[in-house]
Ligand binder design. Structure first.
Ligand code: GLU
Length: 324
C-alpha cells in the first residue's frame, strides 16, 4: 500500500512523530528516515510531534538533545508539537507496567545473558548488526505475579506461539513468529526504566500517533510493539511505513566504520543542506543524478512509489560528491 492508498480519515487528523535518539550526532542514515517522514507528513497533512528518545541509550551527553534539534532544523524540518522527552514520563511507563502485570503478561527475570544463551535453541537472525539472543520460554518462572514491583530487575513480556501479521505501507505484508525468533523480551530494565519497546508504545498511544515512519531495522520491533498494544488492550494500532536502511559498501548498517557521515561534520565543512537533501533525493530516485535540491522540492517530488524497498548503499562516490 503506497501513500496514495493510505486511507484518508476525515474524522481525525493523522499524526506522526519524529523520534530521534540523542546519542551524539545524527548521520546520513538517520537524516534519510527523518526527511522522508517529514515529507510524507507535510504532503499528506499529518500533524508532526517531536519526541526525544532519551531512554533508549544509557549515555545521553550534555548538549546532545539541543544538538539533535538543531540538526533537524538545519536540514529544514519543522514540527507542530514538542519536543517531549521520555525521561519526563517515567510514571506513565510504570502505569503501563502495572496494567501488564495485572493481566499477568509480564514477570521479573534475573537470568544473566549467558544463562539465556545456554538455553537458546536458535539465534534469531543472521544480521551481524543485531545481537539479541532468543529467550526460551522454558526459562519462565512457574509463578507469574499480578503486581509490578520496580525493584531494579528486568521484566519480560510473555510471548506466546503464533504469528503477528500486519501490512506495512512500503514493505508490504509482514508476519513474525516472535515466540520462535525472540521469545520473551525485556519491557522493563534493571536500570528502573522501560525498554525501548514499551516506551515507544506508551508514547505513541498517549500522543495519538497514527503513522509511524522509520528504518526497516525496526520491522520486527513493530511486531513486538503490536503485541504490547494488544496486551495493554489498546484498540487503535498505528499504520507502519518502514524505509530502506542506508548501508556501507560492506553491507553493514551505516556507522563510524564507514567514515564520518555525521550531519554536523558536513555542516562544519560548509556542505549546504541542499546537498544532503540532494543525495537523499538521488537515493529516493527523485533525481537521476546527484544534484542539490531544497527541502520543499524534495517534499513536492517525493513518492514512496519510486523509493526502493532494498537497502541503499552509501558509496565512496556519494561521500566524495558531498565533500566536493
Ligand atoms: N529513536 C529511534 C531512532 O532514532 C527511532 C525509534 C522509532 O521510530 O520507533 O532511530
Amino acid at each position: 500500500m503506497h501513500e496514495s492508498k493510505i486511507p484518508n480519515q476525515p474524522l481525525f487528523r493523522q499524526t506522526t512523530r519524529l523520534a530521534p535518539s540523542p546519542t551524539g550526532a545524527l548521520h546520513l542514515g538517520n537524516a534519510f528516515a527523518f526527511v522522508i517522514n517529514w515529507a510524507l507528513a507535510r504532503k499528506l497533512g499529518w500533524h508532526i510531534a517531536l519526541r526525544i528518545e532519551d531512554l533508549d541509550t544509557p549515555r545521553v551527553k550534555p548538549g546532545a538533545i539541543d544538538q539533535t534539534i538543531h540538526t533537524l532544523e538545519w536540514l529544514g524540518l519543522d514540527w507542530d508539537s514538542g519536543p517531549t522527552t521520555q525521561t519526563d514520563r517515567l510514571d506513565r511507563y510504570q502505569q503501563a507496567m502495572i496494567t501488564l502485570a495485572h493481566g499477568q503478561h509480564v514477570y521479573p527475570c534475573e537470568l544473566t545473558r549467558s544463562q539465556i544463551e545456554q538455553a537458546a535453541s536458535a539465534p534469531h537472525t543472521n544480521d551481524p548488526d543485531q545481537h539479541e539472543t532468543r529467550f526460551d520460554p522454558s526459562l519462565r518462572p512457574t509463578e507469574i505475579p499480578k503486581t509490578f514491583h520496580d525493584a531494579g530487575t528486568n521484566w519480560r513480556l510473555r510471548v506466546e506461539p503464533g504469528t503477528i501479521a500486519f501490512e506495512d505501507t512500503h514493505m508490504g505484508a509482514q508476519a513474525f513468529d516472535l515466540n520462535t525468533t525472540r521469545g520473551d523480551f525485556v519491557v522493563w530494565t534493571k536500570r528502573c526504566t522501560p525498554s525501548y519497546q514499551l516506551a515507544v508504545v506508551v508514547d505513541d498511544h498517549d500522543a495519538g500517533i497514527t503513522q509511524i515512519v522509520r528504518g526497516n531495522d525496526l520491522l520486527d520491533s513493530a511486531a513486538r510493539q503490536l503485541l504490547l498494544y494488544r496486551a495493554l488492550e489498546i484498540e487503535s494500532e498505528p499504520t507502519y511505513t518502514h524505509l530502506p536502511l542506508i548501508r556501507g559498501s560492506d553491507g553493514r548498517r551505516l556507522a563510524k566504520r564507514h567514515g564520518d557521515t555525521r550531519i554536523d561534520t558536513y555542516t562544519q565543512s560548509e556542505t549546504p543542506p541542499e546537498k544532503i537533501i540532494g543525495l537523499l533525493a538521488y537515493w529516493c530516485k527523485i533525481t537521476h543524478q546527484r544534484t542539490p535540491i531544497s527541502i520543499n522540492e524534495f517534499k513536492d517530488r517525493f513518492s514512496l512509489d519510486t523509493l526502493p524497498t532494498d537497502d541503499i548503499v552509501f558509496t565512496p562516490e556519494d561521500d566524495a560528491w558531498l565533500r566536493s
